[in-house]
Structures are given as C-alpha cells and as structure tokens.
Design a protein around this ligand. Structure first.
Ligand SMILES: Cc1ncc(COP(=O)(O)O)c(C=O)c1O
Length: 442
C-alpha cells in the first residue's frame, strides 16, 4: 500500500489484536520467504512433501465411505449425505480419533468429548474463547511459545503470562509463582498452555517424572493444562515415548489439542480437541466442555469439512487407527534430517578447548526444531539480510516471546528440506554468523 492510496479505515479502529506482533509474525515470515524464493528455508515448520500423494487422498475418501456403509451400517444415501451435506458440529471422525488415541497414546476418551476442528489452530481458539470469561482471566504459557497460541489469545482479549520453560520444559516453581502472582494481582489464571513433546520452537521435551509433578501442581494451583502435541510421534530413538499428560491425567485437568497437519496432511486442515471437563450448563444439566466448545464452533466454522475429515478418517482406517504405523517413512525422514542438522552444526562450529562456545545449539530428542544461540541479537533485520545476502532463511526466536527484549537465538527447522538443502543452508548460515561475529569484533 502506498502512502497516496485512499484510506477508508485505520487499523486503530479495528480489533487491537490486528497489528499486534503475534498476528503479523507469520505474515512477515511468509513475506520474507516470498521475497527471496531462491533462499534455502530452514524456517518453515511444514511437513515433508515428498510423500504427499493425491491418489491416496481419493483412496482415503473411499475407505471412509466404505466404513460408513460396511462398519457403521449407514445406507448409501445416508453415507453420501454425511460426506457432502452440512454436518455434526463436533465432527464425524471423533470415534476414529478416540481409537487413535487409545492405540497410539493409551488415552481413553469418550468420542463425545472430542470436537473435530479446522486444524489445531481452531481448537486453540475455541478453548481460549471459552476460558476467557472476563477481564480478570489470564492464560499462563510456557515461553518461548507457539505464536499461533499467542495470536489466538490476543483475538479473545486473553492476556498471556509467560512461564519459564528451561531445560525441563516447564519450570514448576515459576509456574506456581506466576499463578500466585496473577491471583495476588486480582487476576484468574485459567490454564497453562504447553507442548510437552518436542516443543515449537524450543524442541524441549518434558520427562515422565516432571509430567507427573506438573499434574500434581495443576491440582494444587487449580489450573487446567492445555497440552498441544503435534510433534510427539517424531522421536529419534526407538525406546518408549513418555506418556502424554492426557494419558496420565486422572482428574480431567488436561485439555488435549491434536493436529493432523504433521501426521496426515496439512492441506486437510483437520485437528481436534479432547475436552472431557464436566460443565454444568445454564439449565443445570452437566455435559463435557466439548459441548460448549461445539457451541462456539457452530458460530465460527459451523462444522469441519466432512470431506477433509473423511480423508483423515480413511488414512486412520487404513493403518488400524495408528498414526505411528502411518508415519514410519515420515519419522525416518525427520530423524535423518535432525541428525544431519545437528552433525552439520557440530562440524561447522567445532568446540575449541578451554574456550566457551560462541555458538551453541540444542540437541532435541525428536521433532522438527533446533535452537541456535549466538552472541548477538537476532532480529528481523538480520533475517532479511540473511535471506538477501546469504540465501538462507530461519526464524528469529524473538517471534516466540511475547515482549520486545532482544533475543540471541534463532530456530532452525528440518521438516521441509533434504539433507542436501540442510548442507547448503548451514554453509550459508555459518558464513552469516562468522561475518557477524567478525563485524562485531572489529
Ligand atoms: C505447536 C503447534 N500447535 C499448533 C499448530 C497448528 O496446527 P494446525 O495446522 O493443525 O492448525 C502448529 C503448527 O505448526 C504448532 O507448531
């Protein structure tokens, strides 16, 4: 938009979230990658595209259609209506999601407690919209946090209070302190949002003993936990995965947020929320929080596309409802890439005996993301220069903190690149960092 262009409205007259960094962050990052299409992107957290298969999408649709007729006993015209007509607000693959959670995660859920959503993003929005009852409500969130969560909170006018993450994934003393500080200020902390498995962007995971302590603390502090788990299946090693918080949750403390973007197809835009908390309605009847979320959903997206749900449902059915089984190739590709990236960093920034490392990085046990720490602030201007002059994209960690303090770290993603692209990207990144260190030293 040029300065001379006529203006009918200003952003100051629209919802205050518009123009907030949490909402503009994604646009900015997309814009930079569009401006420099030749740059290697270690920024995008998208899934690997090599296994995308259009023919499989048709097959999944047919598989789900057959399931409706053969397994669930629908007449053909009923099945056709279920796929093509407006539909049930809470979704039509809820029973398969419940089965998937039982098979892969050992979580027992009543399908009625599941709302199928337009991506996990809508699930977050519905939960935050429901929890924000008034101006005294606040959300605690482990920092750094997923920017989509912060943006959704902004849209429902719910302030986000950061909780230290640290190397354990959540600093329990800080969580308790923040909850108490909020209460002392007359506020009501409703929930704490976190990603216990290979968090975006930190890559950190919470171990099982700490998960149990977190659940105990949630009871003590009377907090809900919003568990977001898009990356949990992509662990490097073959040992047992830690149980999800929801699997350990015996007191309905955990609202579980799921996404099929990384485990099936992002283009389907299907996610879900398990919300089994019992809510007493205005009429005195008790039902799951899922029903309240569905009420909100009916005014936002009406229902999640049944065609998209059927694609997800078909894929689940074809793998015995196991996404572990469905993602063997994908997991192998992410494992290969993550190991390649970490080895590549080690080669390019070798340790010097008796000298503290200027450049450090995390070595996550899985997921998509590695955080590189450098001895200078990493901001959008540096990203722009990196893309323009060095041909490599990454994400400034500052985008994942809800303040303006300088951050000396960047996020690298391994999910949408080949090992060859990782090599080229790391060569370019090493050149940028070396030049930047020299510039600052000189
Ligand atoms: C932590 C986290 N939660 C949620 C999402 C969004 O998921 P969806 O594409 O299902 O909306 C993402 C996407 O990158 C994510 O990293």
């Amino acid at each position: 938009m040029s300065a001379a262009e006529p203006v009918d409205l200003t952003v100051a007259d629209l919802h205050p979230a518009l123009g907030d960094p949490a909402l503009t962050s994604m646009n900015f990052l997309n814009e930079v990658s569009e401006r420099y299409p030749a740059a290697v992107s270690l920024a995008a957290g998208r899934p690997y595209e090599e296994y995308f298969d259009l023919a499989a999408v048709h097959r999944h649709l047919d598989t789900f259609h057959r399931h409706l007729v053969d397994d669930l006993g629908h007449r053909p015209e009923q099945a056709r209506r279920l796929l093509l007509q407006y539909g049930r607000t809470k979704g039509i693959v809820h029973h398969l999601i419940a089965r998937n959670l039982a098979v892969d995660e050992g979580i027992t859920v009543d399908p009625e407690d599941v709302v199928v959503t337009v991506g996990c993003q809508e699930a977050m929005f519905l939960v935050l919209r429901a929890l924000r009852a008034g101006p005294m409500d606040v959300l605690l969130a482990v920092a750094p946090t997923y920017v989509g969560l912060t943006g959704a909170a902004r849209l429902v006018d719910l302030p986000v209070w950061p909780v230290a993450g640290g190397s354990s994934g959540v600093d329990l003393a800080d969580l308790a302190a923040q909850a108490r500080r909020a209460r002392a200020a007359g506020l009501r902390p409703r929930a704490c949002y976190l990603m216990p498995d290979f968090a975006n962007p930190s890559g950190v995971s919470i171990d099982t003993a700490h998960r149990r302590r977190l659940l105990d603390l949630a009871v003590e502090e009377d907090l809900l936990l919003l568990e977001d788990n898009p990356y949990g299946l992509f662990h490097l090693d073959d040992g047992p995965r830690p149980p999800t918080l929801k699997a350990l949750d015996t007191g309905r403390r955990v609202v579980y947020l799921g996404s099929f973007a990384k485990t099936v197809l992002p283009g389907a835009r299907v996610g879900y929320v398990v919300a089994d908390q019992r809510v007493a309605g205005a009429d005195g009847r008790v039902g799951p929080l899922a029903d309240q979320l569905a009420m909100i959903k009916s005014m936002v997206t009406v229902n999640t596309s049944p065609i998209a749900q059927a694609v997800i449902g078909g894929r689940l059915l074809e793998h015995g409802c196991s996404l572990v089984a469905a993602n063997i190739r994908e997991r192998a590709a992410y494992t290969r890439n993550l190991r390649h990236l970490v080895a590549g960093l080690t080669r390019r920034f070798p340790a010097v005996p008796d000298r503290p490392a200027a450049v450090r990085w995390t070595v996550p046990a899985g997921g998509f993301f590695v955080v590189v720490t450098v001895p200078f602030p990493v901001d959008d201007a540096l990203l722009d220069r990196s893309a323009r002059d060095y041909g490599v994209l990454w994400t400034p960690m500052a985008h994942f903190y809800d303040d303006t303090a300088p951050v000396r770290a960047l996020r690298l993603s391994v999910s949408a690149v080949t090992p060859e692209q990782i090599d080229v990207g790391l060569d370019r990144l090493a050149e940028l960092i070396t030049d930047e260190l020299a510039r600052r030293a000189g």
